[in-house]
Design a protein around this ligand. Structure first.
Ligand code: GLU
Length: 292
């Protein structure tokens, strides 16, 4: 079976050189392998995603010479599918609602840190410090009935007890040179949020469901998502989804050595295009071979 690749941007801003690298690499690898490249729009966060950014993504990819196969999948049109997976994980007792606000969580962490350092996840965020998992059933029912907002968290200890050791095939490299068969450590993330009352899914959940549903066999993405792959492997095991192979690539950095991002106002592809830069020059700058 020919391999299936995908490029999966979020339409919450304009694409920059980091996206161009990921998209071109996926396109070149799919071509070289005689495979397919899919485009998926990851727009579950309605507060940040805008249709005009999806249009800009299509324009930028067209300009770069990245062509995709088949229909574009838009995650916001598949909340029912994600909800079914949430229901399944709930039924087997792996999710619990946690009612603390972000501010309360920050306060709890500060409190815990008075006794020493509190563990952080690979992105540097503190692990969930609350005790919602131990909430008495009546108290939980009362809070749910009150309409209070909540996050559905994965009981990581119970989840790991169900699946045992997990690993993935890495064709790229992690930050410490990890490659080949890589051991997954989902416990590094603590009880991750898989859905919220107002958004019935999360990046982690939708990405594994869509990759499986779309028959993706090769996930090629930035190294900033290397550690998230541990959570993805766990969800695949819990939901009986076939794991793709992964290739985490180097991130494009600016002159100050910072990873390009929308928040650091990296120059957009649209601006580069407007100033007369050519797609050939972009390939050259990114150390990618000229277009075939
Ligand atoms: N939507 C994610 C982003 O734009 C990428 C997800 C992925 O490649 O797994 O950063």
């Amino acid at each position: 079976m020919p391999p299936v690749f995908r490029f999966a941007p979020s339409p919450n801003g304009l694409l920059h050189l980091g996206h161009a690298y990921s998209a071109l690499l996926n396109f070149d690898l799919a071509r070289a392998a005689g495979g397919r490249l899919l485009l998926r729009i990851e727009d579950i966060d309605a507060s940040r995603c805008r249709p005009q950014f999806e249009t800009a993504i299509r324009d930028d990819l067209g300009w770069l010479g990245v062509r995709w196969d088949g229909e574009v999948r838009r995650q916001s049109e598949h909340f029912d599918l994600y909800q079914q997976a949430v229901a399944r994980l709930s039924e087997i007792g792996l999710l619990y609602p946690a009612f603390e606000s972000r501010a309360e969580i920050a306060r709890l962490v500060a409190q815990r840190e008075q006794a020493g350092p509190w563990p952080r996840d690979p992105d540097g965020a503190p692990l969930y410090p609350g005790d919602a998992k131990a909430l008495a059933p009546e108290a939980r029912a009362k809070l749910l009935a009150s309409g209070a907002p909540y996050a559905l968290r994965l009981d990581i200890a119970a989840a790991l007890a169900r699946v045992g050791e997990l690993s993935w095939i890495e064709h790229g490299e992690g930050p410490d040179g990890e490659t080949g068969t890589v051991q997954a450590h989902p416990q590094a993330w603590g009880d991750v949020v898989l859905a919220r009352k107002e958004t019935p899914t999360s990046y982690h959940l939708s990405v594994v469901l869509d990759d499986a549903l779309q028959g993706v066999t090769e996930v090629v993405r930035g190294r900033d998502l290397f550690f998230a792959t541990s959570v993805h492997r766990l969800l695949q095991a819990l939901l009986d989804l076939p794991p793709p192979a992964y290739r985490h690539h180097l991130l494009v950095r600016d002159r100050a050595g910072r990873k390009l991002s929308k928040s650091t106002r990296a120059t957009s592809l649209a601006e580069l295009r407007g100033s007369g830069v050519t797609p050939q020059a972009i390939r050259l700058q990114l150390d990618l071979p000229p277009a075939a």
